[in-house]
Design a binder for this molecule. Structure first.
Ligand SMILES: [Zn+2]
Length: 69
């Protein structure tokens, strides 16, 4: 599965709970947070995915999170 699809599947699975880029990277074993952030940025705005500053449902940190609404 392509990384893009894995990120999308993860966000969809958690929906409507938000997840931050750090947790996306950790869950998908991506080498860097930048990769996660790049992917979530590309997905934002499509398939009901939005990015905003909020509390991550996994690590409870206030960060830029992605979620599907
Ligand atoms: Zn998190």
């Amino acid at each position: 599965m392509a990384v893009r699809d894995e990120v999308l599947a993860l966000i969809e699975r958690l929906s409507p709970s938000p997840i931050c880029d750090d947790c996306v990277a950790e869950k998908l074993n991506l080498p860097t947070r930048q990769q996660a952030s790049y992917r979530t940025r590309l997905l934002a705005g499509s398939k009901g995915i939005e990015r905003r500053r909020d509390i991550c449902s996994i690590c409870y940190g206030e960060k830029l999170v992605s979620r599907q609404v």
